[in-house]
Write a protein that binds this ligand. Structure first.
Ligand SMILES: NC(=O)c1ccc[n+]([C@@H]2O[C@H](COP(=O)([O-])OP(=O)(O)OC[C@H]3O[C@@H](n4cnc5c(N)ncnc54)[C@H](O)[C@@H]3O)[C@@H](O)[C@H]2O)c1
Length: 471
């Protein structure tokens, strides 16, 4: 393990002084100097070098996703360990400590405030699996503290903050791996190569689906804050509001995805993956020129904020792309477990809920999202090429660890994953602006014809939890 601390000399060069007794922790607590750090760039690096050097991780957000992936990462890669687990849900935090101890024979430290992790010089990388409204801010704080980051999708809840995360990763030279794990799938690489080689012909149109099941949602009355939860910290950057049991649950995920302040419904939950990997397969095209969404709660008439169904149409200039996403088609199925884990099996595409269809001039590629591989159909529906694939979490975790050790760019690169996340934001913003076609300035990442959409795309933050305008 190499810990490189450049603080003293660089601050001296810039005219700041710090006595040798001042600790790094105290440095971060000194606001003037902390501000100086932000303007000077990264001067702490805590990194592992060499193929087998120890890597120390800390988890922020001990829900099912965070716990399962960080545990699998430590089991699947040599010399990787969890030092600290952090959650604002005290029940999940206690369970996480027990679970890590059971898996690895040593209890991790428990933290209710993620800042204790950023202050810990032993921690190389922070694994962020909170709800979506925390992803960007926690990741930027981690980058500023010199930590590398694995952050779950969707990496942002609006376009502006997504760009701020990209800037932070660049400025502090951090490895930031976004949890769009399909970017590490071997079958996604082979599909990309197939298309690059022109075997599908010219892309005509793409159709992505996220046709999940669901029902009518009803908002119960607000309730007192439960003893197991630090509600203020759970809300973090989101506006203060009374606790409601429809948002957070003690042991499960709760319904935060139904609220604009914390997530983006089926589109950010699952369609984000479908769109992201399809973007990668067709060569990560630049932002679309426009987006038009039709949708709403006209299926069940429930009271969720994020729509029960959305139909989105993107104009990429030389091809069109549609995405159908929602919670009202329970007869469709996500790629089943036996297909996800078996490279030889393919989904039944007709009722696969999370497929993408890529129509080229020479053939139609069906592409799976949770594994499931791809198959190309030519005239008469004949299968003319295919490659199977499995759910690529292990590959994505390995890629992150390799990036930590070699400083290579991770597969879930912040820039490309931000652009994929923008497809989610664009779709929602067109819906929220009143089902209006929005023209997008891809350089400025703003809209040419809707101030309302521009305001929503910028987001607002609670005092003390602002995503910095200068990262
Ligand atoms: N890549 C994938 O395939 C995939 C799959 C499932 C979930 N996810 C993503 O992973 C994330 C977590 O999903 P989940 O199902 O575990 O959700 P969850 O709501 O069950 O877990 C999130 C945890 O974060 C905690 N948290 C909230 N604010 C916090 C804070 N300030 N500090 C520390 N902890 C805080 C919550 O208390 C909760 O325990 C989500 O963003 C989700 O979209 C990704």
């Amino acid at each position: 393990m190499t810990v490189v601390i450049y603080f003293h000399s660089i601050l001296k060069q810039k005219g700041f002084t710090m006595s040798s007794k001042q600790t790094r922790r105290r440095f971060f607590k000194t606001s003037a100097l902390a501000a100086a750090t932000l303007s000077l760039g990264t001067y702490i690096e805590s990194r592992a070098e060499g193929a087998n050097d120890k890597i120390v991780l800390a988890l922020v957000g001990c829900g099912n996703r965070g716990m399962s992936t960080i545990t699998a990462c430590c089991k699947g890669n040599p010399n990787v360990e969890i030092k600290t687990v952090c959650d604002v849900n005290r029940s999940k935090l206690a369970n996480a400590v027990n679970s890590v101890e059971k898996s690895f024979g040593k209890a991790p430290k428990a933290a209710e405030d993620m800042k204790t992790i950023f202050d810990d010089k032993d921690v190389n990388a922070v694994w962020i699996a909170t709800p979506e409204h925390w992803h960007t801010l926690a990741s930027i704080w981690a980058c500023q503290a010199g930590k590398d980051v694995y952050v779950e999708k969707n990496p942002s809840v609006n376009i502006w903050e997504g760009r701020q995360l990209v800037k932070a990763a660049e400025k502090y030279k951090r490895v930031v791996q976004v949890g769009f794990q399909n970017r590490s799938a071997p079958y996604a690489f082979s599909a990309k190569k197939y298309i690059e080689e022109g075997k599908l012909g010219k892309i005509v149109t793409i159709k992505s689906y996220c046709m999940l099941g669901g029902g009518k949602s009803k908002l119960p009355p607000d309730a007192p804050i439960p003893a197991w939860l630090d509600w203020d910290k759970w809300l973090g950057p989101a506006p203060m509001r009374p606790f409601n049991p429809a948002i957070v649950s003690e042991s499960g995920r709760g319904g935060w995805l139904n609220f604009w302040a914390y997530g983006g419904g089926a589109l950010s939950d699952d369609a984000s993956h479908v769109l992201d990997v399809a973007r990668m397969v067709v060569g990560d095209p630049p932002h679309p020129k426009s987006v038009y969404t039709v949708g709403g709660n006209y299926v069940f008439g429930g009271d969720r904020e994020t729509p029960e169904f959305e139909e989105i149409l993107y104009d990429f200039g030389n091809f069109s792309w549609s995405c159908s996403s929602g919670y009202a088609t329970g007869y469709m199925v996500k790629t089943p477990g036996d297909v996800r884990s078996n490279k030889e099996k393919f989904p039944n595409w007709a009722n696969n809920a999370t497929r993408t269809e890529i129509y080229g001039t020479k053939g139609l590629m069906y592409f799976g999202r949770h594994g499931g591989g791809w198959q190309v159909l030519g005239s008469g529906g004949k299968i003319i090429d295919q490659d199977g694939g499995t759910f690529p979490d292990p590959e994505h975790q390995k890629d992150f660890i390799t990036s930590l050790r070699t400083r290579k760019k991770p597969n879930g690169d912040a820039e490309q994953c931000h652009r994929s996340a923008c497809l989610v934001h664009l779709g929602h913003l067109s819906y929220r602006a009143g089902n209006k076609q929005l023209l997008f300035d891809s350089e400025k990442e703003t809209f040419l014809n809707s101030e309302e959409a521009n305001v929503l795309a910028r987001g607002t933050y609670r005092k003390g939890y602002e995503v910095p305008a200068e990262v």
